[in-house]
Design a protein around this ligand. Sequence first.
Ligand code: BGP
Length: 467
Amino acid sequence: MKQLPNDFIFGGATAAYQAEGATRTDGKGLVAWDKYLEDNYWYTAEPASDFYHKYPVDLQLAEEFGVNGIRISIAWSRIFPKGYGEVNVKGVEFYHNLFAECHKRHVEPFVTLHHFDTPEVLHSNGDFLNRENIEHFVNYAAFCFKEFPEVNYWTTFNEIGPIGSGQYLSGHFPPGIQYDLAKVFQSHHNMMVAHAKAVKFFRDGQYNGEIGIVHSLPMKYPYNPDNPADVRATELEDILHNKFILDATYLGEYSDKTIDGVNYILSIHGGELDLRQEDFAVLKMVKDEIDFIGINYYMSDWISAFDGETQIIHNGRGNKGSSVYQIKGIGKHESDVEVPRNDWDWMIYPKGLYDQIMRITKEYPNYKKIYITENGLGYKDEFVDGTVYDDARIDYVKKHLEAVADAIADGANVKGYFIWSLMDVFSWSNGYEKRYGLFYVNFETQERYPKKSAYWYKQLAESHTIE
Ligand code: BGP
């Protein structure tokens, strides 16, 4: 039996595009995902969980079930339909109402400015590969800081890492480009610069509250720890998905080891990066100014050395064993290890969360504070007797929270946990079948039903005891 601190937040996470629906309501602008889902997937963002209209119900449920924090993102294209220029008053009003409802229900909103949904006009103009869009993002952030003083916790970006890899490596995010490693690093870098500029604006303006960033940080382990080639492959994978971005966040530059790895990868895959002195100037200015880091953690990966042709096959339908991930000169994901995985081939390894937290505390001691901003089990839930008996989810969350408690006992400053997701939402590249919520959503009627995990979570939030 392990205990979590008294002031620990037991939250639930959501994201605008995955929850709100209402993609063309009240003047909202388009995002690239609207067309991309229509063209490439078997579902769209309609109706999602109709959070645009149902948020009072979800917040009431949150309060009833002891959830005292919620991750919400603002859809940039509801505020600025084109990404810049004229403000859409109805969008602004919606978020004022939403934040008021959160406070009424004593559910603290942690608000993300960008959760995968760059407005279409800017996306088709190069997204964050185009440096003009850095300025558009900062202007949008500035508008929000001024407009929403009721927000106490801001996050600039959600998962810069998976955005770059989804858009330019695996290609399962729009614009669907594959295996372009230079674009991946450039996107990471430019988004980190956008983050830094927004943080600087926030600090200079002495706005209310705290500001941080959310990173997805899968832990990487060598398939054979005694094989130096696997160890090197693991380092490169870690640089690609974690270390490049963490260095930018907390060092304000890339360490020699990181940049050596990047150069090595680009020597195989081609391309050059545009990294400017002025970028590092602003990254350095804010590296000690970030109030918290959010860690999204779902899985770890085991890596072996690989020199064959690059191939990534995304398992979006939950056909266990169908995914392939192998990048020339970097490495290959191995599944033949004694670790369970879910239907989408995500390797379930709670100790990886402990290792990742401790890694941050050691490698980046200026980190200040950590929230686990996403963690949860994607599952093909079965709805029976008006509920879901999701024991596997309870077991998953319990073990990951135990890892968090261990990290706290070993000195890490972790202040809260947000289960992904509060209620069921659709998954970007896996549809409505991959559910995560504490509350089951019937997507036809939009009724909500507490799952067994919701009752378990309530008891946990009341007792702070992991049982
Ligand atoms: C993170 C995203 C979330 C959510 C989650 C689960 O990468 O921040 O938006 O989707 O992962 O992933 P998936 O939906 O692919 O199962």
